[in-house]
Design a protein around this ligand. Structure first.
Ligand code: PLP
Length: 370
């Protein structure tokens, strides 16, 4: 993660990750779960925030299990978390079986082929594994016909040391969706065929669907990082990310002049245009062109013109002169411009904003693990 090593004096923007807020969010989920534990999802480098910093902070907050997507992510995380369970969501890589054993990583098996490979690899020493059942996403996991095979041939499970039997909700953030109860019923049926280990079902939003969805273990990700797991309702989580860009130049524009690529913004009267060295190459999505805002000293400033690869431009005419000089910081993401609101402006989801947070920012972590 190169951003950690870019000195503030050289960076165009500073990304601050509040580990204390992340710990509070984790504990808030645990309180809500009323005794059911939560394993944290820290794939995609801890949703863009730095898994090797977020992981130990969560472990210090009591988290005992972690999920990543890729085997390589698990190997990297193992260095930061020597003593916790790390599960690999994306299934088994048959050519790399030794790596799961070497780094004590738990594969999530998602097909009869995966089960057979893992059993024969483990031989007489049953290493832990999870089994993923597809309850309606058609993505990963045992499909219904393979589950039927297991119902009729339970010997195919002999010798497996199953930690979690899991599935994943497709529409948990839509509490009214009838896909939720359908997946719940399918998962409960699957548990009858696969009663071993612990049942692990709910993601962040799933936790807020109620106790029926909690089972033995939950698997939240995005809520830990502060995004709202209950869209349309007040956000029960705390923001954990602040991104501030530094004004590089301020230009006086006169009526009729245009800003940026393809002249998509024309100045009406006269305006002051501030350029900030952050762009779509830093994860400030191009779809934010003309629809996002920044904030300077409590004043919202509209983003004008296209988002370029390395630059964005704001109309800072409303900002007092002393606060719109080169070097002035402008909030791009934080308490006033939340990850959910920026995502909505970009026409995307908070996950995409977080996981795209750039590597060219100076990164600061506050609130060390305790
Ligand atoms: C299989 C699986 N479980 C859990 C999660 C965590 O979901 P969320 O970030 O919505 O809590 C994800 C995220 O994409 C996932 O793919």
């Amino acid at each position: 993660m190169i951003g950690t090593h870019i000195p503030k004096a050289m960076a165009g923007a500073v990304l601050r990750v509040d580990l204390d807020a992340i710990q509070k969010n984790y504990r808030a989920l645990i309180d809500h779960l009323d005794g059911v534990p939560a394993a944290a999802v820290v794939k995609a480098d801890g949703y863009g925030l730095g898994a090797e910093r977020v992981g130990p902070a969560l472990a210090a907050a009591g988290c005992r299990g972690f999920f990543v997507a890729h085997l390589a992510e698990g190997i990297a995380l193992r260095a930061a978390l020597p003593d916790t369970e790390i599960h690999i969501l994306n299934g088994l890589l048959p050519d790399s079986l030794y790596a799961y054993r070497e780094h004590l990583l738990v594969p999530v098996l998602g097909s009869l082929g995966d089960l057979a490979h893992w059993r024969s690899f483990c031989g007489d020493i049953p290493l832990p594994c999870d089994i993923h059942v597809d309850t309606g996403m058609l993505r990963l996991g045992l499909p219904p016909d393979e589950l039927d095979v297991l119902a009729n041939a339970p010997d195919r499970l002999t010798g497996l040391n199953v930690r979690f039997v899991m599935s994943h909700l497709a529409s948990a953030e839509e509490p009214e969706s009838d896909q939720n109860p359908r997946q719940l019923a399918a998962f409960s049926r699957a548990r009858k065929i696969l009663p071993m280990g612990q049942a692990c079902f709910a993601n962040s939003s799933g936790i807020f669907l109620g106790p029926d969805y909690h089972f033995d273990m939950t698997r939240p990700g995005v809520a830990i990082y502060g995004a709202n797991p209950t869209p349309g309702q007040p956000n029960p989580m705390m923001p954990s990310v602040t991104l501030k860009g530094r004004i590089a130049q301020v230009r006086h524009a006169t009526a009729g002049e245009t800003v940026g690529y393809n002249a998509t913004y024309r100045v009406d009267n006269k305006a002051l245009i501030a350029t900030v060295p952050v762009g779509y190459a830093d994860g400030y999505l191009r779809s934010l062109s003309g629809v996002a805002s920044g904030m300077i000293d409590g004043i919202m400033v509209p983003l004008v013109g296209r988002v370029s690869m390395d630059l964005i431009t704001f109309d800072v005419s409303a900002v007092p002169e002393t606060k719109r000089q080169p070097g002035q910081w402008i909030e791009l993401l934080g308490p006033n411009i939340t990850v959910d609101s920026l995502a909505a402006a970009a026409g995307t989801i908070s996950y995409e904003i977080l996981t795209n947070l750039g590597r060219r920012y100076h990164r600061v972590y506050t609130g060390e693990p305790k």
